[in-house]
Design a protein around this ligand. Structure first.
Ligand code: DGY
Length: 417
């Protein structure tokens, strides 16, 4: 199919998943507004409807809690097809929500949307800016250990069942979790989803958070799951940079944000696993590395680090598959080509990795990843994720963020190479 038809199809996916002010990732499997999905959606909308892009991020930020946290799911309307819903989470914000956050790509895409038309977006950027600062401050206050950004639930990283969390998950005994009915496996082949072992622990962690009223201090003291994560660390580092840039344009004092950037730049070294020769997740409670070269390891450039040490790693992982970048290196004995974050390729992660490569001057690699992702989508559709060996689509179909990164980045119409 030619790229003009694919552009049209991608726009139809975004508008088809639009629920009026917010976009669902895909009908059925994910019937609410997810935080980073929504920010990607806004980036996609900005390619053909800037007004709608602003609305998307404004609806997302409207769910901000008093603490500054912006939840990972906003449950705008009931939907029995998803578990766990708002009754299980018991979120305490202005809109029924979950009690954890998600990788804060929003500031980066808000800056990109604003740059489409500075004058038209000025008032909206000014209104969002202090809310973004408050959210980023919340991360710095409650999620940072030795300068690396931690997650308190696997869903917070967005990489739900990544092997990065296996060690910390093994430390949880999900006693008393009770009976529950999963809905995800009614929509998608169970072989592409997390296991019951994972879900017992996911739900146990939600129940604990709810019991503690989602109080950040109580959770920090009592939650056994605290993992310093390359996704969060590099994405927040990048988001701080974009937020600081917005602040400078708005004439704000960005000294505090610059200090946060310096903290995370120093802290990134805490994620360097010398035995692996790669950025890795670190279980903060056990002080143990996960031992995973994941696609999040390659976000170092996106974070803004000029770091050559990961170049041989990406070349090695790239050459091991037909459709890069797999979410786990195929040589790992935990690699599973179809199971969500344990092997499949994700177009959104490729977009972030490629933007980082480009920004660090690795333009040939950046362009190649963009072309490879465009081929993957053109051949196999707008799936949630893909088998990195065969390209077979996996997870949900007609997926918002895959359509969004097609429009904003992968499509030849978006191109700058
Ligand atoms: C899910 O339900 O699978 C989501 O990833 C949770 O955020």
């Amino acid at each position: 199919m030619d790229h003009i038809s694919l552009d049209r199809q991608a726009r139809a996916i975004l508008t088809g998943n639009d629920r009026g002010g917010y976009t669902v990732p895909t009908a059925g499997l994910y019937p609410y507004q997810w935080n980073w999905d929504s920010a990607f959606a806004a980036w996609g909308f900005a390619q053909f409807d800037v007004e709608r892009a602003w609305t998307e991020v404004e609806t997302l930020i409207a769910g901000q809690w008093d603490s500054g946290m912006v939840p990972h799911i906003l449950f705008h309307q009931p939907d029995p097809g998803y578990f766990p819903g708002p009754d299980v989470w018991g979120g305490t914000g202005p809109i029924p929500s979950s009690g954890i956050s998600q990788p804060p790509v929003a500031a980066t895409f808000i800056r990109a949307i604003w740059e489409q038309d500075r004058a038209a977006g000025a008032a909206r950027a000014r209104a969002l800016y202090p809310k973004l600062v408050k959210w980023h401050q919340w991360f710095m206050d409650w999620r940072v250990e030795n300068g690396a950004v931690c997650i308190t639930h696997p869903w917070e990283a967005g990489r739900d069942n990544a092997p990065d969390w296996d060690g910390a998950m093994a430390g949880i005994d999900p006693v008393g979790v009770g009976d529950y009915t999963r809905r995800d496996t009614a929509h998608v082949d169970a072989a592409m989803r997390p296991t019951k072992y994972d879900y017992d622990r996911y739900i146990w962690l939600v129940q604990m958070g709810r019991r503690l009223g989602w109080d950040d201090a109580a959770l920090k003291a009592q939650n056994p799951f605290r993992v310093a994560d390359p996704t969060m660390t590099f994405i927040l580092m990048r988001a701080h940079r974009d937020l600081a840039e917005m602040g400078r344009t708005l004439g704000e004092d960005v000294g505090r944000i610059e200090a946060w950037i310096a903290t995370l730049e120093r802290g990134a070294e805490a994620l360097w696993n010398p035995d692996l020769g790669a950025y890795d997740a670190l279980d903060v409670k056990a002080q143990k590395f996960a031992g995973c070269v994941s696609n999040a390891s390659f976000l170092c450039w996106y974070g803004g680090l000029d770091d050559d040490r990961m170049r041989p790693q990406i070349a090695r992982v790239w050459n091991a598959v037909r459709y890069p970048v797999p979410s786990l290196e195929p040589a790992s004995d935990r690699f599973d080509a179809k199971r969500y974050w344990r092997g499949p390729t994700w177009a959104i992660m490729n977009a972030l990795i490629s933007l980082g490569l480009r920004d660090q001057g690795l333009t040939a690699e950046a362009a190649r990843l963009r072309r490879d992702t465009a081929t993957l989508i053109a051949e196999h559709g707008f799936a949630e994720y893909f088998d990195p060996h065969t390209g077979a689509p996996a997870g949900g179909g007609t997926f918002t963020w895959t359509a969004a990164v097609w429009l904003a980045w992968a499509s030849p119409s978006a191109g700058d190479d």
